[in-house]
Design a protein around this ligand. Structure first.
Ligand code: IPE
Ligand code: IPE
Ligand code: MG
Length: 240
């Protein structure tokens, strides 16, 4: 099956959108959609690990998502705890490293503790990195990086693009090759603004809870057929 994908992204980033609409279309509560979405996360992580995609980043909670009803926010964080309880031991077994992109200190205590525990338990894992973007905002990340660089005493001429990237949450990881957003919306919603400068974008109408192995494969097939030029001409790339 792997031959299906002559070119896999080294880093796949996903905006997991549409849980609420998925639930509403079924006469269910939004939280039921989030529960189904958590199942989709398990499926996609497992398949990415099997295929050998080394970096996977999932947008789980944006800094703007605090504006949602209190009960929905609480339900999302409850699901996160359940997820970590089951998945961290499995990630350890499967050699998957857990990382958080975002302001962990701004999360509730139980979630903060479980995330820190998960990150330390899997710190040695190397087969894949699973980044959960939680309490994450792209602009805040850029401002934070600038502030951290200044605090590190770096002189203005030391502010290079590469150096700057070392102060982002994604330090040491490649930029996303492919950005997927589910459920029809075509916007970034403050996601990985610095890192997505040259990412390929793929939008699908499929709602996140329905995004399974088939939908993932379709996104990867489309990606493999894209022509990335990075400013060059196609002739240069083909060596003609
Ligand atoms: C994505 O689904 C999950 C989070 C943002 C946490 P939504 O909850 O945004 O679902 P829609 O977009 O309202 O359908
Ligand atoms: C983006 O989805 C954030 C996550 C998927 C966690 P939203 O549903 O919050 O985005 P907007 O508000 O529609 O742009
Ligand atoms: Mg949404």
């Amino acid at each position: 099956m792997e031959q299906q994908f002559p070119l896999l992204p080294r880093h796949l980033a996903i905006i997991m959108d549409g849980n609420g609409r998925w639930a509403q279309a079924r006469g269910l509560a939004r939280v039921d959609g989030h529960r189904a979405g958590a199942e989709a996360v398990r499926t996609v992580v497992t398949e990415c690990r099997r295929l050998g995609i080394p970096h996977l980043t999932l947008y789980a909670f944006s800094s703007e998502n605090w504006n949602r009803p209190k009960a929905e926010v609480a339900a999302l964080f409850g699901l996160l705890l359940d997820f970590l309880g089951v998945e961290v031991p499995r990630m350890e077994r499967e050699d998957i490293r857990l990382m958080v992109l975002g302001d962990v200190d701004g999360l509730p205590l139980a979630q903060r503790t479980a995330l820190r525990h998960g990150m330390s338990r899997t710190a040695h894992c190397r087969s894949m990195t699973l980044n959960l973007a939680l309490n994450y905002g792209g602009r805040a990340e850029i401002v934070r990086a600038a502030r951290r660089m200044a605090e590190a005493g770096i002189a203005p001429d030391g502010y290079t693009e590469e150096r700057f990237a070392d102060f982002l949450y994604t330090e040491g990881q490649p930029d996303p090759d492919l950005l997927v957003r589910t459920s029809g919306e075509q916007r970034l919603s403050n996601y990985l603004l610095y890192q997505c400068a040259y990412s390929e974008f793929y939008f699908t109408p499929v709602a996140w809870p329905d995004f399974g192995v088939e939908a993932l494969h379709e996104a990867l097939r489309v990606y493999a057929g894209r022509s990335r030029r990075f400013g060059k001409t196609q002739e240069q790339i083909d060596g003609r």
